[in-house]
Design a protein around this ligand. Sequence first.
Ligand code: PMV
Length: 369
Amino acid sequence: MADLDANPTHNHPSNTSENFGYHCLSGKVSWKSPSNIAIVKYWGKKPGQLPMNPSLSMTLNEAYTETQVQFAHIGRDKGSLTFLYEGKEKPEFLPKIQQFFEKIAGDYPFLADFQLIIDSRNTFPHSTGIASSASSMSALALCLAEMKSLCMQPFANTEAFMREASRIARIGSGSACRSLYAGWTSWGASEYLEDASDYHGTAVRAIHPVFTEMCDSILIVSALRKKVSSSDGHALMNQHPYAEERFNHAGRQHAKLLQILANGDMEGFIELTESEALALHAMMMTSQPSYLLLEPESLRIIQEIRAFRAETGIPVCFTLDAGPNVHVLYPQKEKNIIINKLFHNRIQKEFPSLAIIHDSIGSGPQKLN
Ligand code: PMV
């Protein structure tokens, strides 16, 4: 990441009455930030967008959002917000962004004095089972944190900057706070990980080499908008009959996954990953009212993956997000065999029109010029 404390593309006027106390009155900040896929799932939250249990995810590489924020000082409380998606105004996206700005207004009061033009683009289509809120909210959070560092005060170091970006990304969308780090990231208080917090993500650094080159191929069963939003799903956990046991169990799963990742226990990883995916959907199926996001095709694909693994011994498993699409996880060295023998010869024979997006473990956000 570039050194934010020495960014040559911005004005740094001295602190005179003309600059209203800001170190910078106009400029442009731009970040690229990836999505992530959770292995231990965050499902259920407390006020302030704090998680009921710790979660742990893999940062993706190909699925990312690029966001640019242009800012110009306009005067006390005279600020405005324009949101462009791929260069075009998208008023339907504005309410979510405005809500986010309202939530961070206490920490970022200076935003109200600036005209802001946010321009964003994704490398992947919406509603494909890739969490676009994770990449878009983390990219926007990085831009706003950089703007804070330019206009108000630089952060002490890169780590403090990333932590702040993770904290405000969380306020936009909980899972977004895990997109700020490369590889494997945890979010939520845990006694088993140093610096773990409910307020921001934490990079998991004790990773065995077998887990440093994982692939995630996403089988798109349906690209339709979710029948029940994630916010409504989280809310249903408030009166869920199994909530307490789920939160305790997820805490234990999180602790176990930290060990599995450190030890290189692929068998343990497969078992835990699939059990977590099904537990997430079990919560949906047993909430009141209950709902089902899986489609018959999702189950057929899951059965094919399990049968293929049993027959070949190849370490491949599935996980699910809050939707019917199936994320297939496997080590990079198995990619050819998975594409030919599992996808092409088996799954796509049954579902010839199935779209597949190939992704893999990624190196985290990047500052753009
Ligand atoms: O970040 P949210 O509020 O969209 O919730 C995401 C929840 C899951 O994607 C289902 C699980 C997770 O931990 O990412």
